[in-house]
Design a protein around this ligand. Structure first.
Ligand code: ATP
Ligand code: MG
Length: 425
């Protein structure tokens, strides 16, 4: 993509009311637009990152046998009444509305109830199970505080998966494979070393749950960890019994701030009983279906990644989810040099390289007088802010030596590489 065609521009300042580091950087670099507190729009570069994260998650959900669907955001009140989750005293994040005919509806903050109810249409016998379904969907939650940028949205993207199994044993097998799939996802997006599985209390509606907590100063949770023994305990459930069970003392553990990037729940048969979702087993008996629920906050994950991989100059995307792999920055201004830079760009496109081409100086002279003299320093500052992993600089100086300069975003080393030897990777 040519940067001259990108409608977003970088900004020196973030909005004054935006205090979180992730949102400040993402807004300044042109990845997101703030609509209101906790509500963000995703711009071309931001959407590219979201799509990359989604694709990694999708691949791993498919590996464990998930089938992708898309439920509706508008939900029926009756279903949530059957499970006692409609009342605002039980669920305090509902956005509710009323149809013209007076019917009350809710905007989905989660989807266990409608998906489980829908499944009644497709499951009658044990032969129809297990079923694993997932979706990427905008969730609506009327969060009390939204001060963590895209890490806590009032409208945010979640991957939610639901498992329907015949019994606890079948459920447990899938639950365990999902833990592994989640850990793989967090490794693939660059957070492997910082993410821990913790046991958590499931709250009133579930039997138990596990959380995936990533070390982050911007997080709202706390866990105790023991890196060598690979132990992580949620602060909420910490007790002498838990310590004894794990065979550690409190002095051996370190407390760290974390953000919950994923969460998996075992609902057992509670919800299917409430919603009357049953199947006929081999003995011909009607039995409630076993339910599990598995979330990953896609936009929160993006925020955590920005918090983790950034410096005073801007973002430093891990390659696996960067909007582009290469930022080709041209400092050329005369026609012959521009043609050479264009050639390098074209060659990269031919080789299938994901490249953002900062071609601005030449075109901008013609199109916008006020931007005619974009200095190299400004281009580099933009490039640092946007955070593409590899920068290739082509300038009159490098071309005089039939070369380009190559610099990684997370390093200081600048390497001269001849045009013949450019690695198109
Ligand atoms: P939290 O304790 O942070 O409010 P939660 O327990 O309400 O999270 P779940 O209902 O389990 O979260 O949602 C699944 C995942 O969705 C979470 O693990 C988190 O990554 C993400 N998530 C939850 N709330 C938000 C939000 N307001 N904005 C962005 N992501 C969120
Ligand atoms: Mg919550």
């Amino acid at each position: 993509m040519r940067q001259s065609q990108l409608f977003t521009k970088t900004r020196k300042e973030a909005p004054h009311d935006e205090i979180s580091k992730n949102a400040r950087l993402l807004i300044r670099a042109g990845f997101v637009h703030k609509e209101l507190a906790g509500v963000y729009a995703y711009l071309p570069l931001g959407l590219m990152v979201i799509e990359k994260i989604k694709q990694i998650v999708r691949e791993e959900m498919n590996v464990v046998g998930g089938q992708e669907i898309a439920m509706a955001a508008i939900q029926r009140k009756e279903l949530w009444e059957m499970t006692d989750r409609w009342d605002d005293t039980n669920v305090d994040v509902w956005f509710k509305s009323t149809l013209k005919n007076g019917t009350e509806i809710g905007l989905g903050w989660s989807h266990e109830e409608p998906i489980t109810d829908m499944m009644k249409n497709f499951v009658s016998s044990y032969r129809d199970l297990p079923i694993f379904v997932y979706q990427f969907q905008t969730k609506f939650r009327n969060e009390l505080r939204a001060k963590s940028g895209i890490m806590r949205g009032r409208e945010f993207l979640m991957k939610d998966m639901y498992s329907y199994t015949i019994d606890e044993a079948q459920h447990q097998k899938f639950y365990d494979s999902t833990i592994q799939a989640y850990l793989k996802i967090f490794r693939r997006v660059g957070l492997g070393d910082d993410t821990f599985v913790t046991f958590a209390s499931g709250g009133a509606f579930t039997q138990f749950s596990h959380e995936f907590q990533t070390i982050s100063d911007a997080g709202e949770d706390s866990i105790y960890i023991h890196k060598e023994k690979n132990i992580a305990i949620n602060k909420e459930v910490m007790s002498d019994t838990v310590l004894a069970d794990l065979g550690v003392t409190i002095d051996e553990l370190v407390e760290v701030k974390t953000a919950e990037v994923g969460n998996i729940f075992n609902f057992g048969t509670i919800k299917s009983t409430q919603l009357d979702f049953k199947y006929i087993n081999e003995a011909g008996e009607k039995i409630p279906v076993f339910l599990g629920s598995y979330g990953i906050g896609i936009t929160r994950l993006m925020g955590v990644i920005v918090e983790r991989f950034s410096d005073e100059k801007g973002i430093m995307w891990p390659k696996s989810i960067a909007p582009f792999h290469v930022h080709l920055v041209s400092l050329c201004s005369d026609v012959t040099d521009i043609k050479k830079a264009d050639n390098i760009y074209q060659k990269m496109l031919d080789k299938g390289i994901e490249v953002l081409y900062d071609d601005r100086a030449d075109r901008i002279e013609v199109l916008y007088d006020d931007r005619a003299d974009l200095r190299p320093g400004e281009k580099f500052a933009d490039s640092d802010l946007i955070g593409i992993p590899k920068r290739i600089i082509v300038s009159p100086k490098t071309l005089a030596q039939d070369s380009v300069e190559v610099k990684m975003r997370n390093g200081n080393n600048i390497e001269m590489v001849t045009l013949k030897n450019i690695s198109y990777k």
